[in-house]
Write a protein that binds this ligand. Structure first.
Ligand SMILES: NC(=O)C1=CN([C@@H]2O[C@H](COP(=O)(O)OP(=O)(O)OC[C@H]3O[C@@H](n4cnc5c(N)ncnc54)[C@H](OP(=O)(O)O)[C@@H]3O)[C@@H](O)[C@H]2O)C=CC1
Ligand SMILES: O=C(O)CCC(=O)C(=O)O
Ligand SMILES: [Mg+2]
Length: 420
């Protein structure tokens, strides 16, 4: 009989037959979910000789929800995920320039899933546009509930927009809006609390996984009180709460100002030799260059919502593309988590049984690891590695590989199951 996953004193208690809600997703969602869930089920069955089994519970969101209930994100879906704690989803479509706001973002906000965790590593044999994709081994901690993604926007020409612009011009003395009559306005909240909880999660991950550095990525030179605030609060929480486990560039600068460069270099070298994590920062534009030119220098990365979105897809490209880019949205305090691929609904491939199911499948691997079902997770990871090495791949890899056999999405899943 299926049971609920619960959280007790901050620890997940996972029964052998947990109920896990899933959202099938729009566009390519059904193809990738049907493929990935078969592989997950087969791996769990094999790893535990049938003693464990996930009871999947479909919950609706997106087009399927609208067609069935008249709502894009029914309250029942939120209630079920709230109740069962852990869920997994396919991608959901967001119209551009109007229409409904993102359901993907709404799920993260409504359940306060404040960390978007996106690990990026290279699998042997996966084609890549860079010379040494194996040098990329980063874990992105993307703030998931605020920034420009909070969705506070006012369309040009509307009374609300005019009210904001009038307020800025008449009450705040703003005279820098170049074309006030035709400007759309977006508001970017970035808070101390939001930054601190994200950076805490990133540092705790770095400690647990023995990762040597954490980089705070921001554009604080331009957006001084939002992105600059993120940098300032990030360093402050690292020093205040993890002072005996980290050394920061902020501390380096302070020692340098007080005692000179040599003393600062020595303090940093001593700290790293004693196993402390180096917490540093990078401005977002140069970061996007350096992840290409010097990927070895980056490890755990913490950043705000929009930067994290850009960085996720850019880094995915370096290790084979968005077809193999998993992710998770997590609230480490409540225990809620929704696992999902980094990519979207790829509408041109809808219903073609063509695309790579690896992103949602590897999101499933993250989920299994989160549940402590590492044996099943490891079986899938090993199967993905060996299947790709055998050059039996979906179109995205086949077009970049010599001598590959291109298979459909569902056939790739069959191959993965065979190789478990
Ligand atoms: N979390 C979510 O649910 C997300 C939803 N979206 C939404 O998805 C919709 C489409 O967005 P779009 O910008 O086109 O981005 P997508 O990520 O959906 O697709 C862009 C391109 O990425 C490649 N791709 C995506 N998924 C796969 C896969 N599984 N296997 C292989 N290749 C893949 C394809 O490349 P190629 O053309 O080279 O073959 C595809 O054309 C939008 O409505 C957007 O808002 C976007 C991102 C995340
Ligand atoms: O919600 C969307 O449509 C896009 C979200 C996105 O790109 C992401 O979370 O990476
Ligand atoms: Mg994105």
């Amino acid at each position: 009989m299926s049971e609920k996953i619960v959280v007790e004193n901050g620890v997940l208690k996972v029964p052998n037959n947990p109920t896990i809600p899933f959202i099938i997703g729009d566009g390519i969602g059904p193809d990738i979910w049907n493929a990935a869930s078969r592989v997950i089920d087969a791996a769990v069955n094999k790893a535990y000789n049938g003693d464990k089994k996930i009871e999947w519970l479909e919950v609706l969101a997106g087009q399927k929800a609208f067609d069935n209930t008249g709502e894009w994100l029914p309250q029942e879906t939120l209630d079920k995920i709230n109740e069962y704690l852990i869920a997994i989803k396919g991608p959901l479509t967001t119209p551009i320039g109007g229409g409904i706001t993102s359901l993907n973002v709404a799920l993260r906000q409504k359940l306060d899933l404040y960390v978007c965790l996106r690990p990026v590593r290279h699998f042997d044999g996966v084609p890549s546009p860079v010379k040494r994709p194996e040098d990329v081994d980063m874990v992105i901690f993307r703030e998931n509930t605020e920034d420009i993604y909070a969705g506070i926007e006012y369309e040009a020409g509307t009374p609300e927009n005019k009210k904001i612009i009038d307020f800025l011009q008449n009450e705040m003395g703003v005279n820098k809006i170049r074309f006030p009559e035709t400007s759309g306005i977006g508001i970017k909240p970035v808070s101390k609390e939001g930054t601190e909880r994200l950076v805490r999660a990133a540092i705790e991950y770095a400690i647990k996984e023995n990762r040597p550095t954490l980089t705070l990525v921001h554009k604080g030179n331009i957006m001084k009180f939002t992105e600059g605030g993120f940098k300032k609060w990030g360093y402050a929480v690292a020093e205040a709460e993890y002072g005996d486990q980290v050394f920061t560039w902020n501390q380096y600068d302070a020692i340098k100002a007080e005692s000179g460069e040599e003393a600062a270099n020595k303090a940093q070298a001593d700290a790293l030799a004693s196993g402390k994590i180096l917490v540093k920062d990078s401005i977002a534009d140069i970061f996007l260059q350096q992840i290409l030119t010097r990927p070895k220098e980056f490890d755990v990365v913490a950043t705000m919502n929009l930067n994290g979105d850009y960085v996720s897809d850019a880094l995915a490209a370096q290790v084979g593309g968005i077809g193999i880019a998993p992710g998770a949205n997590i609230n480490y305090l409540s225990g809620h988590a929704i696992f999902e691929a980094t990519h979207g609904t790829a509408p041109k491939y809808e219903g073609q049984d063509k695309v790579n199911p690896s992103s949602v499948l590897l999101s499933g691997v993250l989920m299994l690891e989160h549940l402590g079902w590492n044996e099943a997770a490891n079986l899938i990871t090993a199967s993905v590695e060996s299947t790709i090495s055998s050059k039996v791949v979906t179109y995205d890899f086949a077009r970049l590989m010599d001598g590959a056999t291109e298979v459909k999405c569902s056939e790739f899943a069959n191959e993965l199951i065979k190789n478990l």
